[in-house]
Design a protein around this ligand. Structure first.
Ligand code: PGA
Length: 248
């Protein structure tokens, strides 16, 4: 795994969108998992434009939810589903039968996890799993210390996730648990894809990609995934010690 580094978040987003479109043109019924959060929003915008220009067609794809806040309704601003709805699904008229997300309001969260595992198995696994990296190194809501062989599971949120997570909500919101795909899915995805942008992510990007490989830093799993693609903008890559060239 060698990161590709881009001048800025715009060129990073455009490249990621072209990569995703390539996966879909090779497999029109691809099973895709897209992170919510601020990192991939530019990529979603590019994909919407590309779809409207006839360069990609998501009408046969399936979309798997990466994670969700427990206790937050799917329709609430700040939920992961809301994010994808606003930036992607609604803009492209993605049908409900194509969307498979966790319900953070489910009364039986364990059953919700097993349902997700069954859905992914039935669809033949993930073709692409696009994730961001949290300020504490988390991937999805796999917090530091989570075993890497987990499938869908309920997690206790790390203090940093609770604090940083407030940025998705317009008012202070109590967050304690998450429901999330586990990192076993990243290991099995045909294309595991990590994106990071901005100076704020530089220290954790360095720790994840050049530090110790440990479950304490979930994103360090990328060092163990030879097929993974890691896309960074120059700011997020700013503290890497390896000698990397900046691409487009
Ligand atoms: P962000 O979130 O894209 O909003 O920075 C990343 C994450 O916490 O996984």
């Amino acid at each position: 795994m060698k990161p590709d580094i881009f001048q800025n978040s715009r060129s990073l987003s455009e490249y990621a969108a072209r990569l995703i479109a390539k996966v879909v043109s090779g497999k029109p019924d691809a099973v895709l998992c897209f992170a919510s959060g601020h990192t991939p929003t530019g990529t979603f915008t590019c994909l919407v434009e590309m779809t409207k220009a006839g360069q990609v067609d998501f009408s046969h794809c399936h979309f798997i939810g990466l994670d969700e806040w427990v206790g937050i309704p799917l329709s609430a601003e700040g939920s992961c589903r809301y994010f994808l709805d606003e930036f992607f699904f609604k803009k492209l008229n993605i049908r409900e039968d194509q969307i498979h997300f966790f319900d953070g309001m489910a009364t039986n969260l364990e059953a919700e996890c097993r349902k997700m595992d069954d859905t992914i198995a039935r669809l033949g696994g993930l073709d692409l799993m696009l994730v961001g990296i949290g300020m504490n190194g988390h991937i999805a809501l796999n917090e530091p210390g989570t075993p890497w062989n987990f499938r869908s599971h309920v997690s206790d949120l790390d203090e940093m996730t609770v604090t940083v997570g407030q940025k998705y909500f317009t008012e202070k919101t109590q967050l304690t648990k998450g429901i999330t795909l586990g990192l076993q899915y990243l290991r099995e995805a045909r294309l595991p894809l990590l994106m990071a942008s901005g100076k704020g992510k530089a220290p954790i990007v360095r720790q994840a990609l050049e530090g110790e490989v440990t479950e304490q830093v979930p994103a360090s799993i990328f060092q163990t995934l030879p097929e993974a693609v890691v896309l960074l903008d120059a700011d997020a890559a700013g503290e890497l010690e390896g000698n990397f060239e900046i691409g487009n």
